[in-house]
Design a protein around this ligand. Structure first.
Ligand SMILES: CC(C)(COP(=O)(O)OP(=O)(O)OC[C@H]1O[C@@H](n2cnc3c(N)ncnc32)[C@H](O)[C@@H]1OP(=O)(O)O)[C@@H](O)C(=O)NCCC(=O)NCCSC(=O)CCS(=O)O
Ligand SMILES: Cc1cc2nc3c(=O)[nH]c(=O)nc-3n(C[C@H](O)[C@H](O)[C@H](O)COP(=O)(O)OP(=O)(O)OC[C@H]3O[C@@H](n4cnc5c(N)ncnc54)[C@H](O)[C@@H]3O)c2cc1C
Length: 401
């Protein structure tokens, strides 16, 4: 039985569809859609009921995301970040104070920003240079983050940093909850949004560069992962697996929306005196598109339900990898079915094509996800640095005997 908010999302879809081209052409954030999402209870629907949320599962969220992504990729990304990734990490690992602080902000319409990537640390995220050095009861953050979705519009930020003790000795990677509202100017000293990318697609979403110059954060805002800071990165990425499922689901939704448009046009457009739906060349394309969409949905739903508190790493990687590559192909084929009309902004296909291209890049590239799946299937560690090593489970058992 789908969560009632799935039906609500379906009902909101025509409104979001009517506005999608506007956000894209004006490169503006979808504030009015967010108001509708917050009123409906979709912002923070995954937050537990005792903290004011709906207690919805990641599968529930995924089903809502697909409905919205069919018509507006931008709004779907907001829904993902308001329910998965950073906020889900806070809800799982946070102190009562951290949870009580963040939950109402998200329920009221904030999409938290997750700040992992840096100019010199993209795929190699563990090589991040941002530091958080202990000083009394605070941490002092210094560094830069790049490609931060929502930088300048998000209020909550989960900033990944190398944690140092007072002597400067590395303790591991931790996440810091920082409230900075650039819209109202309520920004802590030392926090700055220093640039915005001019992107190919998803144009209404700021992709920003942030800089921290001696940003002082009280120690109570350090999100301490359950295994401690030494394995902090692994725990934070475990929570991030939910967002990988979310990102894959956006790609799925865009593909499903593109197929809807293709089916419509195949019935409308006539050539050689008959609807183009009668040509077998296009019928077989439709069959392949439909098959890819169904396969992606099965993988994503299985991933959403896997793991304990969060989706299993391999299931999430496999599902996002498949869904993002399939979606790019499906949207490309849908655009092809429109002929020249697909290349024009009279139809949403050109926007969907630009939007969907991002999903084999953001959230772990297709190459990185393949490496993670391969490591898991082969049962080996697959470090990517030159001085890395590969030790199979069998070898390590042998060494231990
Ligand atoms: C993980 C990588 C950064 C590779 O780095 P390393 O080779 O240094 O690290 P590993 O040894 O592979 O991993 C260290 C440690 O963490 C565990 N780990 C890694 N990934 C996960 C995961 N997804 N889930 C759970 N645990 C994870 C790993 O098992 C190790 O633990 P042990 O030592 O074994 O105990 C690199 O592979 C990588 O993932 N790069 C991509 C970075 C990324 O995804 N960035 C996303 C930024 S946010 C974003 O893009 C938003 C876009 S969106 O719209 O969602
Ligand atoms: C629209 C968008 C939104 C984003 N939002 C966020 C966000 O909110 N927060 C955030 O922290 N980050 C965000 N990112 C950043 C994203 O996570 C990174 O772009 C991604 O992790 C890849 O890093 P990179 O771009 O530096 O590419 P690089 O790591 O420099 O990779 C360049 C190329 O080399 C390949 N490559 C790298 N290492 C290997 C390897 N070991 N094996 C094989 N191939 C390899 C990559 O696959 C890629 O093709 C976003 C990115 C985009 C495009």
């Amino acid at each position: 039985m789908p969560h009632p908010l799935v039906q609500t999302a379906r009902e909101l879809a025509p409104l979001f569809a009517s506005r999608a081209a506007h956000w894209d052409s004006t490169r503006s954030y979808c504030w009015s859609n967010i108001e509708a999402l917050a009123d409906a209870g979709i912002m923070g629907m995954s937050i537990p009921k005792d903290l004011g949320g709906e207690g919805a599962s990641f599968l529930d969220v995924a089903m809502v995301v697909e409905e919205i992504a069919r018509v507006c990729t931008l709004t779907a990304r907001v829904v993902v970040e308001a329910n998965m990734g950073g906020i889900s990490a806070v809800m799982a690992y946070g102190t009562p104070e951290q949870k009580a602080f963040c939950a109402p902000i998200v329920r009221a319409g904030d999409k938290p920003a997750i700040c992992i990537t840096e100019p010199e640390a993209g795929s190699a995220a563990t090589q991040m240079q941002t530091t958080a050095r202990k000083q009394g009861n605070s941490y002092v953050l210094n560094g830069r983050k790049h490609w931060i979705t929502g930088g300048g519009v998000s209020k909550l930020h989960l900033i990944f940093a190398q944690v140092l003790d007072e002597a400067g000795t590395p303790q591991g990677i931790g996440g810091f909850i920082v409230h900075a509202d650039s819209q109202s100017g309520d920004v802590p000293e030392g926090f700055a949004v220093v640039g915005r990318e001019h992107t190919m697609g998803l144009c209404g979403m700021p992709e920003a560069e942030l800089r921290f110059d001696n940003l002082v954060v009280d120690q109570k805002w350090l999100l301490t992962p359950p295994s401690g800071l030494k394995r902090g990165f692994a725990d934070l990425m475990t929570a991030y697996n939910s967002q990988r499922v979310g990102a894959g689901t956006i790609a799925l939704g865009v593909a499903a929306g593109a197929l809807d448009h293709a089916i419509r046009y195949m019935g409308e457009r006539e050539q050689f005196g008959r609807p183009i739906a009668e040509f077998q060349g296009l019928q077989w394309m439709v069959a392949d598109m439909d098959t890819q969409i169904h396969a992606a949905r099965h993988l994503l739903h299985a991933a959403a339900q896997s793991g304990d508190a969060f989706p299993d790493m391999t299931m999430a990687a496999r599902a996002k990898l498949f869904a993002s590559e399939a979606a790019i192909k499906v949207v490309n084929d849908a655009l092809q079915m429109f002929g020249a009309r697909g290349y024009s902004s009279r139809e949403p296909l050109e926007r969907m094509y630009r939007d969907v291209r991002m999903f084999t890049i953001g959230g772990g590239t297709a190459q990185i996800l393949r490496t993670q799946v391969a490591g898991s299937v082969l049962g080996i560690r697959v470090p990517q640095t030159r001085d890395g090593y590969v030790v199979s489970d069998a070898e390590s058992r042998h060494a231990a005997e």
